[in-house]
Every structure is written in C-alpha cells, then in structure tokens.
Design a protein around this ligand. Sequence first.
Ligand SMILES: NC(=O)c1ccc[n+]([C@@H]2O[C@H](COP(=O)([O-])OP(=O)(O)OC[C@H]3O[C@@H](n4cnc5c(N)ncnc54)[C@H](O)[C@@H]3O)[C@@H](O)[C@H]2O)c1
Length: 506
Amino acid sequence: MRPALVFVGFMGAGKTTLAKEAALLLGGAPAADSDRLVEEEAGCSIEELFDRDGEAAFRALEERTACELLERADGGIVSLGGGAVLSSATRSALARHTVVLCEIGIELAWSRAAGKGRPLARDREAFTALYEERRSLYERLADAFLPEGARDALAAALPQLVALADAPEGTKLVWAQSASGDYPVLVGRGVLGGVGWPIEGRRFCITDETVAPLYGGLVPGLAGLVEIPPGEQAKTLATTEAVWRALVAQGATRADHLIALGGGVVGDLAGFAAATFQRGIPVVQVPTTLVAQVDSAYGGKTGVDLPEAKNYVGAYHQPSAVLVDPTTLSTLPAEEFAAGYAEVLKTALIAGGPLWEKVAAGRDVDDATILACARTKLAVVAADERDGGRRQLLNLGHTVGHAIETVTGYTRLRHGEAVGLGLLAALALSGQSQLREEVAALLGRAGLPTKIAAIDPAEVAAATMKDKKRTGEHVPFVLVDGPGDVHHGRTVGAPELLAAITELVG
Ligand SMILES: NC(=O)c1ccc[n+]([C@@H]2O[C@H](COP(=O)([O-])OP(=O)(O)OC[C@H]3O[C@@H](n4cnc5c(N)ncnc54)[C@H](O)[C@@H]3O)[C@@H](O)[C@H]2O)c1
C-alpha cells in the first residue's frame, strides 16, 4: 500500500482546506477528514458530542476513526483533527505515511478558532497552553512543514511532498517562503544523490577544491563544474569573475542553473555568481559545513568581501532549493564543526524555547538541531526577506564579529569563531553577564575562542562603523534581553562598545 499525505496541525491551521485542495491538484485523489467521519458516526457535531458525552468519549471515537482511516489509506489525502495525534495508537498508524504539519501562529489560530463552536477554543489561556503542549508533538511527527499561508504554494509544494515517500528514510521537507519566492528545503542523510533533482535544466556545480573530490561525484548529471580555492580569502570579486568566465567557457546559458556545493563561502559566492550571471540564473544550495547547514544556505543573502569590509558587495537571490545532507559533516574538520556551533548558539538564542534549552544543556548538535536552526532562520526570513526589520535579528553577534574578521584580514579566525566572540560582545552590551558566562562556557566547551590576543579594541570599534546596517551616525545593534527575547535596532554608546570589545582581548 502507498503512503498517504496526512495533514496535521493545530486548530485553525487550515488542514481540511489544504487537504481538499491537494486532492484536487492531484487529479481527484481520494481525500478523507477524520473530524467529518467522527461527526457522521456520532450523528452530531463534535461540539455536541463533547458536551453530551465528554472529551474522553470523543477521543476514543476519534482514535478508532483515525486508526481505521490510516490503516486502509492507500495513497491519497487524509486530514486529522488537531488532537488526533495525542493517541499513541494513531501515532503508530501514522508511521507509514507522510505527515505534513500545517503550521500556524497562536494569534491566527485563536482568531480562526474562537467563537466557531470549537469546544477547546472557548478560553484563550487554556487555548494557548494547549498550543504549546501540542506544538512539540506535531513537530516530532512531521515529515514536512508547511508554513502559515502556504495555501498559495501548495501546487508547487505538492510534487515535493509526494516525492518524500521515495526519499531516504528520515528526510524532512521544510517549505521555505519569502517575498520573492518559495522553495523546498530537504534535510536528510543521503539526500545528496538520493533524491530526484528538485529543478529542471542543466546543472553547473560551483564548489571548492576541498569539497570537489569529496562530494562532487554525488551530484547527478552535471553539465559542468568550477572549483575555487577553499576559505574566506577566496570570497572575492576576482574569484567571482573567474567563476563567471569558467561558466562562459563551459557553455552555461540562461536556461541552466548553478549548484553551490560547499560551505558558506561557496554558497555566498556561487549564489552571487548565479544572481549576476546573464542577469540571474537559479541556484540550488547544497551546504556541506555546519555553518552553511544551520544558517548560510537559507534566505538568499549572497555576496563577497572587499578588503575594506565583509560581505560588502552582493545581492538577494533566493535559492530554488536547498539540499542538506548531514552525512557530509563526517569529513568536516573539528575546528570547522566548532565554528558552526557558534551559529547554532546564535540561532538558539534567537529562537529561545526548546532549541535554546537543548543547546544550553550542552547536547550535541544532531540532525534535529540542524532542522530546528533551519526552521528558525526560515521563519525569520519569511517575515522580512530584505533586512528591513526582523531579519536583522540574524545579525546577532555579527556586528563585532565581522569587524574582528575585517581587522584581522579574514585570515586569523574562522567566520564562526569571530561570531562566537561577537556574541560575547553583544551579551556584554545587553547587560546579560550571567548569560554571557553561560555562552562563554558553551563556546569554550566546543573548542571555540572566548578571547583574542594582539588586537586593538579601538580598531575593531572603528571597523564596526563600516557595518552595512549603519544608516546615519549609529550602527544598530542586536541585543538580548533573554533567550528568545532578542531585539534589533538598539543603540549602544561608544565607551560601552569599546569596553565590550576590550573584554575579549587576552
Ligand atoms: N549568506 C548568509 O546568510 C551567511 C550566513 C552565515 C555565514 N555566511 C558566510 O559563510 C562563510 C563561512 O562559511 P563556512 O564556515 O562554511 O566556511 P567555508 O565555506 O570556508 O568552509 C570551511 C572549510 O571547510 C571545508 N569544507 C566544506 N565542507 C566540507 C566537508 N563536508 N568536509 C571537509 N571539508 C569541508 C571548505 O573547503 C573550507 O576549507 C562566511 O563567509 C560568512 O560570511 C553567510
């Protein structure tokens, strides 16, 4: 029997509507809704059943209905009531299916569910508690994540949702949204070479000399390949020109696309080359470092460094797809993995909640952490693609971090190492001394520096003034009031900035 696409999610997430539309788009595939079947069997509405027989009776009928439905489903579409996944029998019956989580924020959920005869949407406080309680359950079960408002994207997302059944076991799909376009993000061991290529056209791979022999052979059906030298020093306009010219020599056209196979340097540079080659061709990001898998591959910021300042020339260019294969991290040198940990810490501080708790507890970075970081970043970018507001949160630790990279000529520290130091400066500026100590301990445990020798704090402070976010006299800072409580656009005084940087010297 074939797996069904099973839509789950909180009240008001639009599961039933999405399921109906999916069935239509799949040419009239069979579709079933567990709530409707429960009502048919009970001979009354769910609200009446709740009031007449109580929640326990409703749950028992819901479990029986959902399990029968899932056991006999052979392909097709199913939508489950919001609480159906509370049953362990239903969760077991879901195992052979593709579970699609229809995400929704609490505000929208309440506005859609309250006053509509839903028995569990009568009291706002209880509703919020239920939302928090169920969220992690849905996330654990989900094979695919459709963000709030993904209805318009359903036609594009459906082939990817259906194809998940043939992807390597455990592969997750996150549907990424931004003002300029949507794209699939696939996270799974073996996706590189193990899934159908997500977009049409000839492929030209841009990678670096370290990654090419390791993973270049896993990208199927390449029309061409360009290698650049590894490392930040290669992230220049000169290298980009070499890539453009190699693409011309290899016969790339506007109908083709690039693949950025490598770390953040390759991702940023190949993304920029794609944004500009013949005025723009698509790019598929295939990140192979932790920095790139948790952060840089998503969100469409591309570009190169100038000797004067980092990431100073570039373009927004969203990828057409991102393929994240955590098995590639097995060959990553320990120092590079550690550098990625700084971006994990940054993302966890922004996210707060379960991700912060897991990271703060010192747990190892696993595939679930990579997925959680990707989802955090994608949610921020979906709200603000072009750095007008919320996206600036992602610069936490980067203002001082970039300044340190610039004054050290991009040679002494890895990007992630500089970000770790920048996080400590941001926490000092936030007046969060205890959290600063906690983060310093986590950085130290990961083998990352918490001090830097032979550096002039005044020079670093001066370099922060070249930060791209500066619009007038002041450079806006991202400061932290607590995990999950991070704010952009804050002003800091020159003496405080100097003190926070001086604290890093040693
Ligand atoms: N665009 C964004 O939103 C964004 C976000 C964060 C960081 N960045 C950028 O990312 C860059 C840093 O990225 P990075 O830390 O990945 O550096 P990187 O790309 O230089 O990779 C680090 C090193 O690891 C090697 N490598 C890559 N994958 C490997 C693998 N699987 N096995 C063995 N070796 C491997 C590379 O050859 C390189 O030597 C910086 O330039 C930073 O500005 C961009």
